[in-house]
Design a protein around this ligand. Structure first.
Ligand SMILES: [Zn+2]
Length: 155
């Protein structure tokens, strides 16, 4: 089950194509926030032809079910996707001991999606996983930190 389906399931709101497309476009927006106008443009860009009033109506229903949040930025209405477990989640896995740590850091998560998008990579909705060497493993394996470095000059 995808993260988007989980969001709908948890909200108790049925998934329709229209709601699904809106959620996809909103999640893909920078920082997962967008004005209705930009969202409308993004939907058209993806070939999702919905009328502006349909988008507004769907957003209101989705807001009532806490699937999206709404802010007023000056005179502009901003819709955003709230942080759920998966939305701000990053996982670290140690390549050696396989220890897994899940962190919940929305700013970093968003920055990662944004910077990947700037490099032409669209990260899917599942939690990105970073392969690391934990400090314990690095301490236990003296050679680990030198793996990709040139050898030190001998004395
Ligand atoms: Zn480790």
């Amino acid at each position: 089950m995808t993260e988007i389906s989980e969001r709908f399931r948890d909200s108790g709101l049925a998934v329709t194509n229209c709601r699904l497309w809106i959620m996809e476009s909103l999640i893909a927006a920078p920082g997962m926030r967008s004005t209705v106008e930009s969202l409308f443009e993004a939907l058209r860009h993806r070939g999702r032809r919905l009328s502006l009033s349909t988008v507004y109506a769907a957003l209101r229903v989705m807001e009532a079910h806490h699937l999206v949040g709404r802010d007023l930025d000056g005179k502009k209405i901003i819709y955003w996707v709230p942080c759920t477990a998966a939305a701000g989640t990053l996982r670290f896995i140690c390549r050696y001991c396989k220890a897994e740590t899940t962190i919940h850091e929305r700013t970093l998560h968003e920055a990662l999606y944004r910077s990947a998008a700037e490099h032409g990579v669209a990260i899917g909705p599942n939690a990105p996983t970073l392969l690391i060497t934990c400090q314990q493993c690095a301490d236990r394996r003296p050679g680990v930190h030198k793996e990709r470095r040139p050898p030190l000059p001998s004395r």
